[in-house]
Design a protein around this ligand. Structure first.
Ligand code: ATP
Ligand code: MG
Length: 166
């Protein structure tokens, strides 16, 4: 099952839900892959992985390579994280993803790139969770096109406006 934790509104708990749901499912014996599609890389850092020192400087690949390099397979980008009795696989993100919208838009069939890259790994994982940014950009289209389900965290509190008087 491939699920995007989606809401174009920011700060509603997408990343927090992703990490905790993945950890709970793994504790129940499920094999879980997490894909960080957000240039903020909160999912990556939330798992204690630094996109610079743990990935880039170790010459490992991240989500930007997976999306743009036809020869980069999923397994080349996966970082395994273990703590206590939990084990999660993660495709880390990187801040350079924030600059890549024009590249992604101009790449042929980019919308289905993640769906295609995940195809050979259906047997390896029980759940794949994708954590996209709070927007409707290419990263979100790519995430949704790869997914069989969507989980939408919402925050029901009203926005509070501050009224300034002169
Ligand atoms: N259930 C919750 N109760 C209280 N605070 C929460 C809850 N879930 C998340 N938070 C807090 O809300 C903030 C935003 O959470 P999170 O980063 O998971 O949201 P997000 O939707 O992924 O944000 P973004 O849109 O920036 O990616 C964080 O400080 C997080 O600790
Ligand atoms: Mg987030």
């Amino acid at each position: 099952m491939i699920v995007t934790i989606f809401n174009n509104k920011g700060g509603v708990g997408k990343t927090t839900t992703t990490i905790n749901l993945a950890a709970a499912l793994n504790r129940m014996g499920k094999r879980v892959l997490l894909i960080d599609m957000d240039a903020q890389a909160n999912l990556t850092t939330g798992l204690g992985i630094d996109p610079l020192t743990d990935v880039e400087l170790q010459e490992k690949k991240d989500i930007t390579h997976l999306l743009t390099e036809p020869r980069t397979t999923l397994e080349k980008t996966v970082v395994r994280k273990r703590w206590d009795n939990i084990q999660l696989d993660l495709v880390p993100s990187h801040i350079r993803l924030s600059d890549m919208e024009p590249t992604l838009i101009s790449t042929v069939d980019i919308d289905r790139v993640l769906a295609k890259k995940l195809k050979n790994y259906h047997e390896l994982y029980d759940y794949v969770f994708i954590d996209p940014p709070p927007s409707f950009g290419k990263a979100n289209t790519i995430s949704l096109m790869a997914s069989s389900g969507i989980l939408i965290p919402t925050q029901l509190a009203p926005i509070r406006f501050v009224h300034w008087s002169m």
